[in-house]
Design a protein around this ligand. Structure first.
Ligand SMILES: [Zn+2]
Length: 124
């Protein structure tokens, strides 16, 4: 395989209901608001506000190296509430703005697999 791998552009892709306009993340087949199955792919801005957060000191397997880490409940601009890691936990505060970034989530030591996913970064 070439070392010149294409730079993937990550995006926070969910769905938007054609009937009532509600946006959902992660994507789902049926709208939680109106029950419609008429959904379009929808790209979220990744921007939101911290509703609450917890600092985790005892991590599940695979996350040990990262403790303590912060998990925040974030209300996205588009409406849905999602939870995710906050990378700059020293800045975390309820009501602060965050934006989504893609980071390494965890490493599966046995398989050597590195998993990527979204995290949040507090916007100062
Ligand atoms: Zn709907």
């Amino acid at each position: 395989m070439s070392w010149r791998l294409a730079k993937h552009r990550y995006a926070m892709v969910g769905v938007k209901c054609r009937k009532c306009g509600a946006a959902h993340f992660p994507p789902r087949m049926v709208c939680m608001d109106c029950g419609s199955q008429d959904m379009d792919k929808f790209q979220f801005s990744g921007n939101g506000e911290i509703l609450s957060y917890t600092v985790i000191h005892t991590a599940p397997e695979g996350f040990e190296k990262q403790t303590p880490y912060a998990i925040a409940l974030v209300k996205l601009e588009e409406g849905p509430v999602v939870s995710g890691h906050v990378i700059n936990k020293e800045s975390i505060e309820i009501g602060k703005q965050v934006s989504m970034v893609f980071r390494k989530l965890y490493e599966d030591g046995k398989a050597g697999v590195i998993n990527y996913g979204f995290k949040f970064e507090v916007v100062e």
